[in-house]
Design a protein around this ligand. Structure first.
Ligand code: COA
Length: 190
């Protein structure tokens, strides 16, 4: 499964991407350290990534996650990722959103382009989420600006929310509601 945007290709998780994903993580390890929870060293290797991607692909098949790896059109290199995780159905129909892009490609509107497409997908009948939640460190002004631009609403402030960079970090809690979901429509997802 893939989604094409003007400049990008979003490809669903495939264990064959293990080498390209490990290279992406190694390339951005320092740049992303202050925004993402620490990862075991093994995930920075092709073998460790292969195991993780096999598990992630299974989660996508059973509907508990939707994940995308980003490439510039015409290039196989992985330059970012988007993941809707912890998908809960029933009366919640909610997911947690995570994302990152190569530090050398920031500020060109690429993540906005990718997230607009990925959000359209999870709000479409294919996935049909009602709400997507994204939590961000208050210092991460770029990520907060991106979420503002995408119509996420700031809903609260969670103290000591995630352990990142050696300490428990506060997070701004934001969410976007599916604009196509009529207020009276009952969730059919189970
Ligand atoms: C956060 C991140 C994904 C943004 O990606 P990006 O491709 O640089 O974002 P975009 O260029 O699409 O920016 C989208 C919007 O963000 C806002 N923005 C961009 N740079 C900004 C900055 N330096 N300060 C404040 N807002 C900014 C703008 O509103 C922009 O809208 P525009 O396209 O109309 O100008 C990227 O910086 C990243 O991967 N950071 C490290 C990992 C991370 O923080 N992940 C998120 C954890 S919550």
């Amino acid at each position: 499964m893939r989604i094409a945007t003007e400049r990008l290709l979003l490809r669903a998780t495939n264990p064959q991407f293990a080498e390209a994903v490990a290279e992406y993580l190694v390339r951005n390890r320092e740049a992303h350290r202050e925004w993402n929870p620490p990862m075991p060293d093994r995930l920075f290797t092709q073998e460790g990534q292969h195991e993780r991607l096999v598990a992630a692909a299974e989660s996508e098949t059973d509907g508990s996650q939707v994940g995308w790896f980003l490439s510039l059109k015409g290039d196989e290199k992985v330059i970012g990722h988007i993941r809707f995780s912890q998908i809960v159905r029933g009366p919640f129909c909610n997911a947690m959103l995570g994302y990152s892009i190569d530090s050398g490609l920031e500020g060109r509107g690429l993540m906005r382009e990718a997230l607009e497409a990925a959000l359209s997908d999870v709000f479409s009948p294919r996935v049909m989420l009602h709400r997507v939640q994204a939590n961000v460190r208050p210092e991460n002004t770029r990520s907060l600006g991106l979420l503002d631009r995408l119509g996420f609403v700031r809903e609260g402030y969670a103290r000591n929310y995630l352990f990142i960079g050696g300490a428990w970090r506060d997070h701004v809690m934001t969410a976007r509601i599916n604009p196509a979901w009529r207020a009276s429509r009952e969730p059919s997802c189970s």
